[in-house]
Design a binder for this molecule. Structure first.
Ligand code: GMT
Length: 378
């Protein structure tokens, strides 16, 4: 089977976070490289964009018969995976996020007469949060141990998976990636002038505003920075902690200096307006947004949580401090924002690192090698 064009089923959360983005971008690139890619999900992945050759989408319909208190989405997904695998003669299923996708793929495998291979990619909270939940732990463990290959997006996530669960197999490291054709420093001077004056620096935070992102730390860092130099904070995204943040900003009298852009699709354009990205997370298996910023030449000020140090090189492409050390984060931000030469050095290093280490083709080839391996193994 090695080296040939494959038929690959991909399942991900179509409208949610980094795992969906990575799965969709990978699928698109695999299709460009000649593979046939079948997305199996409950809606069209939001990054899928325009029609593209070799890409198909199969929608999961959930049975909501009145006896079901909770419509059994997982069972419908497993059945759909098996149906698509049989009808399209899939070589393998590549599922992103363990719950429920890896479990459904394991079930689908039992429904298919041929040996349907399953590759599972772990993205972070499926392990760092959900695998700590006793009601799911054994199931996640089973799904990982029964997959034909398992990948994780950082060494730290591999370490944590092995620490939390009884894993009887190797886990491959496959870092997240960016497409340089989309993520590059955009010319956004006039757009930036719509938001800030030429004297002001722009700090930016982009996330789903969940507790693991420690968004109050974002405000704290910004509050300290703007005491030292003219600056604005741009917040992008939405989530449960947003109201808390809005109150804090008012309480600190910072309303004039903080802008809320809500959810934005064209992240490359938005991020290119920033001088620095703030990522002070409590947990972060990788931190895709820091890579997107890096590819646009924007250094990150963040925490040393999870896989962030594998992506952001402290003192080269950003500055990292222990979780919650907002004083140090603010000091580092001010240092970078006031030293033009240092900032230029960081920007250059960002572009270089994103292009060399996290190139979409390089990582796609790693996935292809894993596919070939599972298809040739007995
Ligand atoms: O950041 C989030 O909370 C969303 C979450 C997801 O499941 O999409 O992101 C996880 O996967 C991303 C893609 O691999 C990683 O870049 C994020 O670091 C990871 N989030 C956490 O570990 C909290």
């Amino acid at each position: 089977q090695a080296g040939k064009n494959l038929k690959i089923g991909i399942t991900c959360y179509p409208s949610l976070g980094g795992s969906g983005v990575v799965a969709t971008e990978l699928g698109k690139r695999l299709a460009e490289r000649g593979h046939q890619v079948h997305f199996i999900a409950n809606s069209i992945p939001f990054r899928l964009g325009q029609f593209q050759k070799n890409i198909f989408y199969h929608e999961v319909e959930v049975n909501d018969y009145y006896v079901f208190r909770y419509p059994p989405y997982d069972l419908s997904l497993a059945t759909k995976m098996a149906q698509v695998a049989k009808a399209q003669q899939l070589d393998l299923l590549h599922v992103h996020y363990a719950v429920p996708h890896a479990v459904c793929a394991y079930l689908a495998k039992q429904m298919v007469p041929d040996d349907l291979k399953v590759v599972t990619t772990l993205h972070g909270t499926d392990i760092t949060v959900l695998a700590q939940d006793e009601s799911l732990k054994d199931l996640i463990q089973l799904a990982i141990n029964k997959s034909d290959a398992v990948t994780a997006v950082s060494n730290d996530l591999i370490r944590e998976t092995n620490e939390l669960l009884d894993i009887t197999r190797d886990i491959d490291l496959t870092y997240n990636f960016v497409d340089e054709k989309v993520y590059y420093p955009r010319e956004v001077l006039s757009l930036r002038r719509d938001y800030v004056s030429d004297q002001e620096k722009v700090l930016m935070h982009i996330s789903n505003f969940r507790p693991v992102k420690r968004t109050l730390d974002v405000i704290d860092v910004f509050a300290r920075v703007q005491r030292e130099l003219p600056a604005k904070l741009i917040l992008v995204g939405e989530g449960p902690d947003l109201p808390k943040i809005q109150c804090k900003i008012q309480e600190l009298g910072l309303s004039e200096k903080v802008l809320f852009l809500g959810k934005q699709d064209d992240v490359a354009q938005v991020i290119s307006m920033a001088d620095l990205l703030l990522l002070p997370s409590e947990k972060e298996s990788f931190g895709l947004v820091a890579l997107e910023a890096m590819a646009c030449g924007v250094p990150t000020i963040g925490s040393t949580a999870g896989g962030i140090p594998e992506l952001v090189l402290h003192g080269q492409t950003g500055m990292l401090s222990p979780i919650g050390d907002t004083e140090q984060m603010a000091k580092d931000a001010v240092r970078l924002l006031t030293d033009g030469e240092l900032m230029n050095k960081f920007k250059k290093a960002c572009l270089e690192r994103a292009s060399v280490n996290f190139n979409i083709d390089k990582i796609t080839e790693q996935y292809e090698r894993i596919y070939d391996r599972v298809l040739t193994q007995k």
